[in-house]
Design a protein around this ligand. Structure first.
Ligand code: URA
Length: 221
């Protein structure tokens, strides 16, 4: 399980409870966020709402932190908010969200009940383009803080982008599915993104296998 020291070291801060020192002015128009280390949900929500750590802050409507049970066993991680999520401030509220809810229901889960849903990126990339590495890096402390606060038992990574960025690999999703990985010590199962499944119906059977693997893994914990 992610320790407080892991989060501190990820943030580049020593184990003493200090704020990071202000960086020297570098001409960087998107400096790393000056984050408090003793996270609370209120601080985290505030930090995401005000975040200007990457260029997406200039084009998003709002930061989208996540939704659901803050004591969840299941942490579901997608890619980034789309247009609907950017407008409404909640992850997975469009067509892909409807399918995600159905996928969760198929294994007896419901958004908000032991389930928390978020994305690797908290801001919408314009035109739904792929997230860029500097954007992922800037958002990472927020995801780590969410894991620290929630202490989930299992992570379900939705789609190639979330899987590859969480597992820091270029491996194809076909090779990442079907086994249990770990992220920050938490078991992680990979499945297809619901938006992909809407366009590739035959792969729903494979997604069902992934969900069964995730459920079995959860039951064995
Ligand atoms: N796709 C994602 O990856 N996340 C969302 O919140 C919506 C669509």
């Amino acid at each position: 399980m992610l320790s407080r020291d892991d989060v501190l070291s990820e943030l580049g801060i020593g184990p003493a409870w200090r704020l990071r020192e202000a960086p020297e002015p570098s001409g960087d128009s998107h400096p790393a966020p000056h984050l408090p280390v003793d996270w609370t949900w209120e601080r985290l929500g505030d930090a995401v709402a005000r975040c200007t750590a990457c260029k997406l802050s200039a084009t998003r409507t709002q930061g989208v932190l996540g939704v659901g049970d803050r004591n969840a066993d299941w942490l579901i991680i997608g890619e980034a908010p789309g247009a609907d999520e950017d407008a409404q401030g909640e992850p997975f509220v469009g067509q892909a969200g409807k399918l995600l809810d159905a996928m969760l229901a198929s294994i007896g889960l419901r958004r908000g009940n032991k389930v928390y849903i978020t994305n690797v990126l908290k801001s919408r990339p314009p035109g739904n383009r792929n997230p860029e590495p500097d954007e992922v890096a800037a958002c990472r402390p927020y995801l780590l803080a969410q894991i620290e606060l929630i202490q989930p038992k299992l992570i379900l990574a939705l789609g190639r982008f979330a899987a590859q960025s969480l597992l820091d690999t270029d491996e194809a999703i076909a090779r990442l599915r079907g086994r249990v990985h770990r992220f920050q010590g938490v078991p992680l199962v990979v499945t297809y993104h619901p938006a992909y499944l809407l366009r590739n119906l035959p792969d729903k059977a494979r997604a069902w296998e992934d969900l069964c693997l995730a459920r079995r893994t959860m039951q064995s914990l």
